[in-house]
Design a protein around this ligand. Structure first.
Ligand SMILES: [Zn+2]
Length: 325
């Protein structure tokens, strides 16, 4: 398989499966989607249907490889999902997704965790492109991460490397994380964490100041992320204080991860990346990172997961014995 050959990228999400035709690390044509089925049998059928549709759309050259990006902890060497697939019941019916989809399609399949796939996409063709070692963090409902060291995906001995949202940044047991543990970085730097920080700060200011950030009379408990963002954009000083604390919280965890892996660059993705002040965060990281030579960039790819999964398949896919040429 040459690196110029087409690869089918599949992104398995909680509500839909998206598929795209990837050539030389670029998406060719539009993505096609299917709703994510609940039953394991329909789950495989939906993926096979997307693969067939893409092959039919591109009769000039058949794809021989499929790269999958999925939630859950993934044994990427064997294509097995080994943990945490809570929102994907159908996936639990396919403990060996690689073997099952290969016998269904006859193609070679590579499966990777979604944060790793997105990180590899940014590394290979996005804003991490000029660098050898890249750390991707995603700031959204949670905090995710993917780590590429000297061009290789870092997966760890049990495929749990890159779970950077769950490093501890306190001992106070003030905030419970979605993973069940206390004081994880995610409980501070995610959108949920930002909301909790907003509640704390709003409880300590005059009522009129709180009402201004809340964009109207409602309980402080009901503050939404975009109330804070909108007030911050409008120049509100209390909202600025909340956003400053959020940047400090991002820097605490990020600086620690950087001191472990010393990346060339940190790429920030996820829904909240657009609200990061990169200059402010850089200054805070300079105070924490042992190496001053890091670069900080916003993520640039809109389909990093699909493109990354396809590129990972080209780099790492091992044909199953039954399908080896
Ligand atoms: Zn956690």
């Amino acid at each position: 398989v040459s690196s110029h050959d087409p690869v089918i990228g599949l992104d398995i999400g909680g509500t839909k499966i998206a598929a795209g035709w990837v050539v030389n690390g670029a998406l060719v044509g539009d993505l096609i989607t299917e709703p994510t089925p609940v039953s394991p049998e329909s789950f495989l059928t939906a993926q096979a249907k997307l693969v067939e549709a893409l092959q039919a759309k591109h009769p000039e050259q058949m794809a021989k490889l499929i790269g999958i990006s999925t939630a859950g902890m993934v044994d990427a060497l064997n294509g097995k999902v080994v943990g945490s697939t809570g929102n994907l019941p159908a996936l639990q019916g396919h403990p060996n997704l690689k073997a099952d989809l290969e016998s269904r399609t006859g193609l070679t399949v590579h499966v990777e965790n979604d944060a790793n796939a997105a990180a590899f996409g940014e590394f290979a063709v996005g804003s991490g492109q000029p660098y050898d070692s890249v750390l991707l963090i995603t700031l959204g409902t949670g905090v995710g991460g993917g780590i590429i060291i000297n061009g290789d995906m870092l997966r760890g001995a049990h495929f749990a490397a890159g779970e950077i949202g769950h490093i501890g940044i306190a001992q106070t047991k003030d905030r419970r994380c979605t993973c069940g543990r206390w004081d994880c970085w995610e409980a501070y730097a995610s959108g949920t964490g930002l909301k909790q920080t907003a509640r704390l700060i709003l409880k300590g200011v005059a009522k009129s100041d709180a009402v201004a950030v809340l964009r109207g009379p409602k309980p402080i408990e009901d503050v939404r992320t975009h109330d804070v963002i909108d007030s911050w954009k409008a120049g509100n000083a209390v909202a600025q204080q909340i956003m400053d604390q959020w940047h400090e919280d991002i820097a605490i965890g990020l600086g620690s991860v950087m001191n472990v892996i010393d990346p060339d660059a940190v790429v920030i993705g996820g829904g909240l990346a657009q609200f990061v002040n990169y200059e402010q965060l850089s200054r805070q990281l300079e105070l924490r990172a042992m190496s001053p030579y890091f670069k900080l960039h916003p993520a640039t790819l809109s389909n990093a997961g699909i493109v990354g999964a396809a590129l990972l398949a080209q780099k790492y896919a091992i044909p199953s014995p039954a399908h080896a040429a």
